[in-house]
Design a protein. Structure first.
Length: 103
């Protein structure tokens, strides 16, 4: 089995992501800010796409800044299902009561 190779940036993103609790979400932008790279929201998304420990390391809890679901390596339907299982309500691919769900 090959070793998982992640950059320091990718490791920081995944470590910060582990802090997002069940039933809450964060945004790509918030993660970028928390790791000290406020202009790297797109790079955060790329790092999440490489997450070898999903869904244990919950990249499904990362959404767009406007509350829309955004992408997911295993498909948006799977992301919606995981979020709904955690108590997040979604309508038209957008989180209901988004501001109260952001960590």
């Amino acid at each position: 089995m090959s070793e998982i190779l992640l950059t320091d940036f990718e490791k920081k993103v995944l470590q910060e992501l582990e802090k997002v609790p069940l039933g809450r979400v964060t945004t790509y932008q918030n993660l970028a800010i928390k790791i000290g790279k406020p202009k790297a929201a797109r790079a955060v998304g790329n790092a999440l796409n490489k997450n070898p420990w999903a869904p244990r390391v919950p990249c499904h809890r990362v959404v767009k800044s406007d509350g829309q679901i955004g992408g997911y390596a295993f498909g948006v339907e799977k992301k919606n299902a995981l979020l709904k299982k955690e108590g997040i309500e979604i309508r038209n691919n957008k989180i209901i009561d988004f501001e109260s769900k952001v960590f």
